[in-house]
Design a protein around this ligand. Structure first.
Ligand SMILES: [Zn+2]
Ligand SMILES: [Zn+2]
Length: 387
C-alpha cells in the first residue's frame, strides 16, 4: 500500500510499504477514506523533532473497518469509524480517569501514543491507505454509515476536540471573553468551540489573512494581525481591559511580530520566539483568568534557531504570571473525552467544523501539499488527503 514517508527535513515522499496486519486480538485494520495534514506534522516536517527518517506520518484518520482481531466486540468489517489521534489502552489509571493522551500502556518514551508522531510511540502513520488500530474497541469512534459529513467527521480525529480542549483547559464559560492565539486549524477550532460554548467575545490572533477571514466569518471573532499590531496593546484597548480566558494554539515555533525578517518566504525561522505566545497571553488575560495551552511544546529541538539558547526551555515572565494569579492548563487533547459529544453535534447539524477545509487532494499530492501548508500559503488552511 502507499504511505506518506518522511525522508528528512522538508522532504516527504509517497512510497509503497507493507500492509498493516493485526498484531493482537484487540486490533483492527482500517481502510482509510480520508486523512489530513496537521499543523503539528509541520514541526516534524521541518526537522524540528527527533522523529526518524522512514516513518509514515499522519494521525488524523477515518475510514472503514477492514478486519478485526478475535477480541474486538463492538466493530465488524464495514463499520465506518474515526480514530482519535491518541493511541490509548482504555484501562490504565490515566485512561480510566479520561486522560487518554497520557496512556501508560503504549510503547512510547513519553506518556501517551500517537499514530506517526515524534516521541509518541512507533505506531505507523495514517497518511496512507490503511492503518492498524490497537485497542480498537476503545479507540475507534463509530460513525453513521455512508459518506455524509466526511469533511466534518475527520475533524474529530484531532483539531475539533483539540480546539475544544483549549477552551476546557481555560475553563471557558458562556458569557466570558476569550483570546485565541493562532489561526491554523486548531486555533480556528478553538475559536469555533468558544462560539459553540457561548463566549461573549472572541479574539483571534494570526497573520495569514485567509485564516483571519475564516475566524471572522465562521467564529464571529474579532481578529488581530500581529504583523501590524501588538495584541497585548490592541486587545485590552478594544475590549476595555483584559479578557477572561486565553488559548495558545501556536506552540514553540511562534513568530515574534517585532523581530526583523532575515530570510526568504513567509515562514522565517530567524523570527521564532518559543515563549512569545505564553508571554502574550500573560499580557492579554485578566488577573485570575485561565489559559489553555494546546499548541505543541517539545522538551528538545534538534534544529533550533541560532538565537534560541536552550531549546525546549522558555523565557516565560513568571513574575507577571504569579502576580496575576493566572492558571495555566497544558497538554495534548484527550480526544476520547469529547469526541462522542462533538460527533453528535455534527450529526444533528449543530456543528460544521469542516468549514476550515481548503483542499481535498489525492494522497500522491501529499509532498506538494506539505510544502504549501508549511509555507503558510494564503488559502491553504486545512488539507485533506484521499488515499
Ligand atoms: Zn493533528
Ligand atoms: Zn491507557
Amino acid at each position: 500500500m502507499d504511505a506518506t514517508i518522511y525522508r528528512g527535513p522538508h522532504e516527504m515522499s509517497v512510497e509503497e510499504i507493507d500492509d498493516p496486519e493485526l498484531e493482537g486480538p484487540n486490533d483492527a485494520v482500517v481502510d482509510i477514506t480520508t486523512t489530513a495534514i496537521c499543523g503539528s506534522d509541520l514541526h516534524m516536517y521541518e526537522g524540528r523533532t527527533t522523529i526518524d527518517e522512514g516513518r509514515a506520518f499522519g494521525h488524523e484518520i477515518m475510514g472503514v473497518i477492514e478486519e478485526v482481531g478475535e477480541g474486538v466486540e463492538s466493530f465488524e468489517p464495514g463499520d465506518r469509524v474515526v480514530l482519535p489521534f491518541n493511541v490509548a489502552c482504555g484501562h490504565c489509571r490515566n485512561c480510566v480517569d479520561n486522560y487518554t493522551a497520557f496512556c501508560e500502556n503504549v510503547d512510547s518514551d513519553t506518556p501517551g501514543g500517537v499514530y506517526g508522531y515524534a516521541m509518541m510511540g512507533s505506531y505507523q502513520g495514517g497518511q496512507a491507505e490503511k492503518v492498524r488500530v490497537p485497542h480498537a474497541d476503545f479507540n475507534a469512534l463509530p460513525l453513521p454509515d455512508g459518506d455524509e459529513h466526511e469533511e466534518d467527521f475527520i475533524m474529530l480525529a484531532d483539531v475539533f476536540p483539540t480546539g475544544w480542549h483549549g477552551c476546557e483547559l481555560a475553563d471557558l464559560r458562556s458569557g466570558e471573553s476569550v483570546v485565541v492565539f493562532g489561526g491554523g486549524p486548531v486555533g480556528l477550532m478553538a475559536a469555533y468551540s468558544a462560539k459553540l460554548k457561548g463566549a461573549s467575545e472572541i479574539y483571534l490572533v494570526d497573520r495569514v489573512e485567509s485564516r483571519l477571514e475564516l475566524a471572522e466569518e465562521y467564529c464571529d471573532a474579532t481578529t488581530v494581525n500581529f504583523e501590524e499590531e501588538d495584541p497585548t496593546e490592541v486587545i485590552p484597548e478594544m475590549h476595555g481591559g483584559k479578557v477572561d480566558k486565553g488559548v495558545d494554539a501556536v506552540g514553540y515555533q511562534a513568530i515574534d511580530g517585532g523581530r526583523h525578517s532575515h530570510g526568504e518566504g513567509a515562514y522565517d525561522k530567524s523570527r521564532e520566539n518559543p515563549s512569545q505566545v505564553i508571554n502574550d497571553l500573560i499580557g492579554t488575560v485578566r488577573p485570575t483568568g485561565k489559559v489553555g495551552v494546546v499548541g505543541v511544546y517539545f522538551s528538545s529541538d534538534p534544529n533550533p534557531p541560532e538565537h534560541v539558547q536552550e531549546p525546549g526551555e522558555l523565557s516565560v515572565d513568571f513574575g507577571k504570571l504569579f502576580e496575576s494569579g493566572l492558571r495555566v492548563g497544558t497538554g495534548q487533547c484527550d480526544v476520547k473525552r469529547y469526541d462522542r459529544r462533538l460527533r453528535n453535534m455534527i450529526e444533528q447539524g449543530r456543528a460544521e467544523p469542516g468549514f476550515i477545509v481548503s483542499h481535498v487532494e489525492p494522497l500522491e499530492k501529499a509532498p506538494e501539499m506539505y510544502e504549501r501548508f508549511d509555507e503558510r500559503e494564503e488559502g491553504v488552511t486545512k488539507v485533506l488527503l484521499k488515499p
